[in-house]
Every structure is written in structure tokens, then in C-alpha cells.
Design a protein around this ligand. Structure first.
Ligand SMILES: NC(=O)c1ccc[n+]([C@@H]2O[C@H](COP(=O)([O-])OP(=O)(O)OC[C@H]3O[C@@H](n4cnc5c(N)ncnc54)[C@H](OP(=O)(O)O)[C@@H]3O)[C@@H](O)[C@H]2O)c1
Length: 343
């Protein structure tokens, strides 16, 4: 029987997770929640996702707007094996008690703290440890991006220390309220929270991060410096490690991909849904190796790179697919990502 998935919070991440779940042969969307009759509520109706209000007062707001509403979040949880909490950052923690009371497995997003689930997930690193758990947190877009490219380096060469500077998009494309729009805003609390967040998955990794927000909506860019324990003989060995890593896409400046604008254009040309790019774009001709020090740049499509991780996390928590590669390969095949990196 297909895994029954509820999505609580239907915004940037929630609508993408819902579409991905609906596309999987082994899952189905049993419902999504809204608090208001926004465009996303009508999108859910057009996708035939059963619509629920988060609380009773939301049911009337949605019904008054002419939407068909099936009940409240507590009704929805009765229908689900797994709930994916995609509510705004820091709001998910308040839902833990409701999920536990309904005995439904729960996935939280990177806007929540590690403690919300006591387990932070990345499919490459700890799928097996997630099997059958009642709760997990899929780490944020930046953390997911750092883990995807650091993990193969860690496995192959060992890592003594990582220093990364994160250039963050000021807002998501659909957001007309956030900024900055004409400034560069450093995160003054140093090191930034991203490093410790990576270490919730890559336990024991020595990593320090800094971050600045810039006026762009397209992607984040990371400038990363890694002290490797066992220096590779040359860059080919480093490239080989990344070429054999799923969800990492090498791009080249000398082929015209010189900025996040061209990376996203490539995603449009690939014809992906919403022009999303779930892979991490890593500049193949922007890598340097100096003894044990490795330098590289990567770009993160913040709206979509965590979507495949959520799908794998659903499978791991429900426990029907025990093998990490089987789950990741199926996810990537259905989402149209390259599967040539799998054994
Ligand atoms: N956007 C990103 O770049 C990104 C990347 C990775 C991870 N994340 C994480 O993913 C989570 C969701 O972020 P997002 O960007 O998708 O936020 P978002 O676009 O603001 O969507 C969240 C949605 O939740 C709904 N909502 C509000 N209050 C709610 C409540 N009490 N219960 C359930 N739903 C509620 C809102 O819709 P209505 O009130 O209109 O119903 C809103 O559209 C956060 O933890 C965030 O940190 C975000």
C-alpha cells in the first residue's frame, strides 16, 4: 500500500514536497493544510490535494472563499502514515505534541532546531539510522548543500577542518516583503549557525561558517575551503569523488555558466518542474588544490534542493524501503535527476 503523506504548511517547500510525493509510485498525498485562501490554496485545489484548515477558524476562512475543505489538521493526521511539517521556520516545534498524539511519524524542516526531532537527516549520510524513527529533521538548504559536497571528501580523503562563506539570497522569488534590496548584510553572530548545523549530520566535523545576505532571489553561493587529512594526488581524484556523488552537478564557467543566472537558466532548459534545480551546482573550473587545502564554489537552489531529501526521509521513517540507494535512485528517477552516479 502506498505511504499516506500529509503536508502541514503549503508554501515554498510544502507545495514542492507535495508535488514530489504525488509523483512517487509508492506514496500519495492524503491532504495539505492552509490557514488562508491564498493562491497556494487554489493551487492545491487544482492539483486535487484534499485541503484542510490548520485550526477550526481556518476552515471557515477557506470555505468562505469558496474552497472545498475536508476538516482540520487533527482530522488530516488520522489519514496519514507520515506528516511533513512545512510550516514557517520555528513554528513546527509547536506541532510535535499533535503529531505524537496522533501517532503519526513526522518530518520537520531546517527552520527548526535539531532538538525538535533529536535526529537530523541527509539521505547520503544517515538514511539507515532514520529507518523506522518516529521523527526526523531534514536540514536546511544551505546545510544540505554543504553536506552533499563535503561528505564524499570526508569519506575519500578525510577532513581536518572546513571554512565556508555563505552568500545568501535575500528572499525567495515569490517573497515581496523580505530583503535586503540594495545592501549586503553580514550575519554578525559568528561563526554563523550553519557550521554547527552541518555537524548535526556529519557528527564531529570541524567546520566554521560566515554568512552574508545579498539582493538576489535565485540561489545561495558557497565559497568553501577544506583542509584535507590525506591530500589527493591531483584534482582528478577530487572530481572523481564528486562525479560519483548523487545530486551534485558539475558546471563550467568556460562553457558559459559563470553565475547563478546561467545555472538557473540551465535548470529552465532542462525543463524541470518550476525550473527547480535539486542538485548542487559545483563549478568544475573553479576548484584549486594547494597541498592539503582544497578551494571550491557551489550554488544552492534554496527552494528545491531539500525536496529529494524529504522524499527519502518519508521512505526511511515509514521503513518500507530499507536500502538507501534504492530509495535515492527511485526519487531521482521520478524527479528527472541524473541517476548515472549510482552504482
Ligand atoms: N524557502 C527556503 O528557501 C527554504 C529552504 C529549505 C528549508 N526551508 C524551511 O522550510 C520550512 C518552510 O519554509 P517555506 O520557505 O516553505 O515557508 P513559506 O513559504 O512561508 O511557507 C510556509 C507556509 O506555512 C503556512 N502556515 C503559516 N502558519 C502555519 C501554521 N501554524 N501551521 C501550518 N502552516 C502554516 C503558510 O501558509 P498560509 O498561512 O497561507 O496557509 C505558509 O505558506 C521552514 O522551516 C524553512 O526554514 C525553507
Amino acid at each position: 500500500m502506498a505511504t499516506r503523506v500529509a503536508i502541514n504548511g503549503f508554501g515554498t517547500i510544502g507545495k514542492r514536497v507535495a508535488d514530489a510525493v504525488a509523483a512517487m509510485p509508492d506514496m500519495r498525498v492524503v491532504g495539505i493544510t492552509k490557514t488562508r485562501p491564498t493562491a497556494e490554496a487554489w493551487l492545491a485545489a487544482s492539483r486535487h490535494f484534499p485541503l484542510y484548515g490548520v485550526a477550526p477558524e481556518h476552515v471557515s476562512a477557506l470555505t468562505d472563499a469558496g474552497l472545498q475543505v475536508e476538516g482540520t489538521l487533527s482530522d488530516l493526521l488520522q489519514q496519514a502514515d507520515v506528516v511533513v511539517d512545512c510550516s514557517p521556520g520555528k513554528k513546527g516545534a509547536a506541532n510535535v505534541a499533535a503529531y505524537e498524539a496522533a501517532k503519526v511519524k513526522a518530518i520537520f524542516q531546517g527552520g527548526e532546531k535539531h532538538a525538535v526531532a533529536g535526529f537530523s537527516f541527509n539521505a547520503l549520510v544517515n538514511y539507515k539510522q532514520a529507518l523506522g524513527r518516529s521523527k526526523a529533521r531534514v536540514v536546511s538548504c544551505n546545510t544540505t548543500g554543504l553536506i552533499r559536497t563535503l561528505f564524499p571528501l570526508h569519506k575519500t580523503f578525510g577532513i581536518d577542518h572546513v571554512h565556508a562563506v555563505i552568500v545568501r539570497r535575500g528572499a525567495d522569488p515569490s517573497d515581496s516583503e523580505s530583503g535586503p534590496i540594495n545592501a549586503i548584510e553580514p550575519v554578525l553572530q559568528l561563526p554563523s549557525h550553519h557550521g554547527p548545523d552541518v555537524a548535526t549530520v556529519l557528527e564531529g566535523l570541524s567546520i566554521a561558517t560566515m554568512a552574508v545576505a545579498v539582493p538576489t532571489t535565485l540561489m545561495h553561493v558557497h565559497a568553501i575551503q577544506v583542509d584535507l587529512t590525506r591530500p589527493p594526488k591531483g584534482l582528478d581524484a577530487v572530481l572523481d569523488a564528486w562525479q560519483h556523488t548523487p545530486r551534485v552537478m558539475l558546471v563550467r564557467g568556460d562553457r558559459g555558466v559563470v553565475s547563478t543566472a546561467q545555472v538557473m537558466e540551465q535548470a529552465r532548459d532542462l525543463g524541470r518542474q518550476r525550473s527547480d534545480l535539486q542538485e548542487i551546482a559545483l563549478w568544475e573550473d573553479g576548484i584549486a588544490l594547494d597541498g592539503h587545502k582544497l578551494y571550491y564554489y557551489q550554488a544552492i537552489h534554496q527552494e528545491s534542493n531539500v525536496v529529494p531529501e524529504n522524499i527519502d526521509c518519508i521512505r526511511a521513517l515509514h521503513g518500507k524501503v530499507k536500502d538507501q540507494t534504492e530509495s535515492m535512485r527511485l526519487t531521482d528517477k521520478v524527479l528527472g535527476l541524473s541517476t548515472s552516479t549510482y552504482p
